[in-house]
Design a protein around this ligand. Structure first.
Ligand SMILES: Cc1ncc(C[n+]2csc(CCOP(=O)(O)OP(=O)(O)O)c2C)c(N)n1
Length: 702
């Protein structure tokens, strides 16, 4: 543990201490005013930063918004004020005003975000910010060494601040972030503000031994500081050491600041229910506002009259700011759909439509053409970065001369590290949230991560990052920030022996989330063109790769050239027919096609088969045009029937195309169970040509 030398402290200039005190006071009075606004029903939620002001203001005096970057949490009010956020801007957030710089009325107050001040857009889940901060720092290093410019400039001695309370350190992502920050020696300041409680749960319940700074001592190259965060002078001194160490490039630091929470957790909480009067009194005695007031009076000789004047001045500033903010217009209801997706680049537009240029007629597998696309895109754009589990050829570059290289468990990324270097293609720890969380940080900075989650079955630890972070960033920042990246996910069954944990489909877990694009190709050519669109798209894309389709002969295609793209939301008509529309995607396309051909041969019924290719957005026009003509619709998919993708399509067809229907809309899908290991069970669980054919006959003959 790094120790802070006990030297007699040289007092800081009076103006600096006084300025710090004023900022702390301003932050506290903003809290008090916001509480009043909430009580008047002019604000709709209130969470305070009280008790955390000294450590934050002291830290801010060593940091600059033009150079450093901030991944904050909801108690970082004093930090935001110290960095330059005005009381008016904060109150705009309190009242949910359209002009609010944080989110244009989309997020609760205290989600301090402003690109001008390098305040990245925070969310509400505790602990998700850690990995994003780490990815952001990592991206800065890459941008600098590669000599690239991106949205967020990277200074050589920058610091990336990531903060939370002590409770949030119980989240696994905190540990994942420390692991990577230390492993890569990144310039990250982990600022843990320990007020002893996570709502009502005391630190002893959260943290083995009750001290987070003791618990993390095994991390290599992590400088650890423990400080009384209510003591401004001590905080200033310790933060000075921690930050200059990071700026020197010596690696991450963790500051464990003991603070207080003199108000309840939020206005929805009453701490008297779980804190004793004595405890509350002791906290009150440590309040950094009164302690810093005493400091400026007693050590710096500022008289009470001057402090009273400052108090009146701060209060007037706060009152005026709140008055103006309350009058600011609310967002227009018509803006509800703004900033869910990129307003500038529509991946369904003609920009993403091109004709394949076949120069070599040799047919290639889906794996080959996915690999070719990644190779092309990495060559086209140095911002494209690939990482995930086992995706590198070898984590030990020295071995590349001797070994063939891994390049992914399915070989999709094979040879890319060899061609583009270990800075751009590298292995991650075995931690899915780590992959997506870091990728988010990188994408916020302007890189284009194309990450791999090895099997869809194991994406779930990353689901918080996908659902609550990735998908929402553009929307919840009012369009100020975006996070375009690609998550490639091998998925699906039919492999014989995949069992419940190597067979999952799960597309609706993503199509149900606004803000994401979800794609699932059924053949090699589409895979190439759709992946290129995904990489060049301005939105986050979940790219589902069916493992069983990776090396089939029926879906091979020649390499279509380095600019081949398939726009999202365009279905492919894989078989024409007038009697029945079959809508499908992924591995059930080929099975539906085989069934449709037999349907024609056996029953003389001509089914039209549509391959959706992209599931969000999907090609409603193609579906509607076909069903209007055939009057009959069957949706076929591999994933379980109930609440599945087919339910949405069937409902919409029934709703909007009812007058054209000659039969009820049917769905045929995987059974409502898990995919078993035994082939007999797997086979009956998943749609097969025979069972799809039976379903087609039922709809055709209704
Ligand atoms: C993942 C997640 N779980 C639960 C919550 C609800 N919640 C909000 S704040 C909080 C306590 C956080 O405590 P701590 O990290 O110590 O920070 P403090 O509020 O004390 O500053 C909880 C449980 C949440 N926001 N996110």
């Amino acid at each position: 543990m790094a120790t802070v030398k006990e030297v007699v402290f040289q007092p800081l200039p009076a103006e600096q201490v006084l300025a710090a005190y004023r900022t702390m006071l301003l932050s506290r009075r903003i809290d008090d005013k916001e509480i009043q606004l909430k009580q008047q029903n002019l604000a709709f939620f209130q969470i305070n930063g009280a008790g955390h002001e000294a450590i934050q203001v002291a830290a801010a005096q060593h940091l600059t918004p033009e150079r450093d970057w901030f991944f904050t949490y909801y108690r970082d009010r004093a930090l935001a004020v110290a960095l330059g956020m005005t009381a008016y801007e904060i109150f705009l957030g309190s009242v949910g005003a359209d002009a609010g710089p944080d989110s244009r009325g989309r997020q609760m107050p205290n989600h301090f975000s402003q690109s001008r001040l390098h305040l990245t857009p925070p969310s509400s889940p505790t602990g998700t910010q850690f990995l994003q901060g780490v990815g952001f720092a990592e991206a800065g290093r890459y941008l600098r060494t590669a000599g690239l410019s991106a949205r967020a400039a990277a200074e050589p001695d920058e610091v990336v601040w990531v903060s939370s309370g002590e409770g949030a350190t119980s989240e696994g992502e905190f540990w994942e972030a420390l692991n990577t920050a230390c492993n890569l020696c990144l310039p990250v300041l982990f600022m843990i503000q320990d007020n002893g409680y996570a709502i009502s749960v005391p630190v002893g319940v959260q943290t083995a031994g009750g001290s987070i700074s003791k618990l993390v001592t095994g991390f290599p190259d992590l400088a650890i500081y423990e400080v009384d965060g209510c003591d401004y002078l001590q905080s200033y001194r310790v933060l000075g050491e921690a930050i200059s160490r990071i700026r020197r490039g010596d690696g991450p630091a963790l500051v464990h600041a003991h603070v207080v929470r003199p108000y309840s957790h939020s206005l929805s909480d009453d701490e008297r229910l779980y804190k004793s009067p004595a405890e509350r009194e002791a906290e009150s005695a440590r309040d950094p506002i009164t302690r810093t007031a005493a400091l400026v009076r007693d050590t710096y000789g500022i008289d009470q009259d001057e402090l009273d004047r400052m108090e009146r001045d701060v209060q007037a500033e706060v009152n005026e700011a709140a008055r103006r903010a309350v009058e600011a217009p609310q967002p227009s209801p018509s803006t509800w759909a703004e900033s869910i997706y990129s307003p500038n680049l529509d991946p369904g537009s003609a920009t993403f439509s091109s004709i394949p240029q076949f120069s070599d007629p040799a047919p290639k597998t889906m794996v080959d053409l996915l690999n070719a696309c990644l190779r092309d895109e990495m060559g086209r754009d140095p911002r494209v970065i690939i990482f995930g589990q086992d995706v590198a050829d070898s984590s030990d570059e020295g071995k590349l001369a001797e070994v063939k290289g891994k390049g992914g468990v399915f070989k999709v990324t094979y040879g890319l590290q060899r061609q583009y270097g270990s800075q751009r293609v590298f292995n991650s720890p075995l931690a899915e949230a780590n992959i997506v969380g870091r990728a988010i940080g990188m994408a916020l900075r302007g890189l284009k991560p194309v990450v791999e989650i090895q099997f869809l079955d194991y994406i779930w630890p990353a689901y918080m990052q996908i659902r609550n972070e990735l998908a929402t960033i553009r929307w919840r920042s009012g369009g100020e920030w975006a996070c375009p990246l690609v998550i490639r996910v091998p998925c699906g069954g039919y492999l014989k022996g995949g069992g419940p944990y190597h067979s999952q489909s799960g597309e609706v877990a993503f199509t149900h989330i606004p803000g994401l694009r979800v794609v699932m190709p059924s053949n090699a050519l589409d895979a190439n063109g759709l992946l290129r669109t995904a990489v060049r798209c301005d939105d986050p894309v979940i790219f589902l790769e069916h493992k069983h389709l990776y090396r089939q002969t029926h879906n091979k295609a020649p390499y279509p050239g380095p600019d081949y793209m398939v726009p999202f939301g365009t279905a492919a008509k894989v078989l024409e027919g007038d009697d029945l529309t079959v809508i499908t995607y992924g591995a059930t396309v080929v099975r539906s096609l085989q069934a449709a051909r037999r349907l024609g041969d056996e029953a003389g019924v001509r089914a039209e088969v549509l391959d959706l290719r992209s599931l969000a957005p999907y090609d409603w026009e193609a579906v509607a045009a076909s069903v209007r003509r055939t009057g009959r619709a069957l949706v076929v998919h591999e994933d379980a029937l109930s609440f599945g993708y087919g339910a949405e399509l069937a409902a919409r067809i029934a709703d909007e195309l009812f007058p054209f229907l000659d039969a009820p809309v049917r769905r045929f899908a995987g059974k409502d169970t898990f995919v078993a290991y035994a082939p007999s069970l797997e086979e009956t669980t998943l749609p097969q040509t025979e069972s799809i054919l039976a379903a087609m006959k039922e709809v055709a003959t209704f």
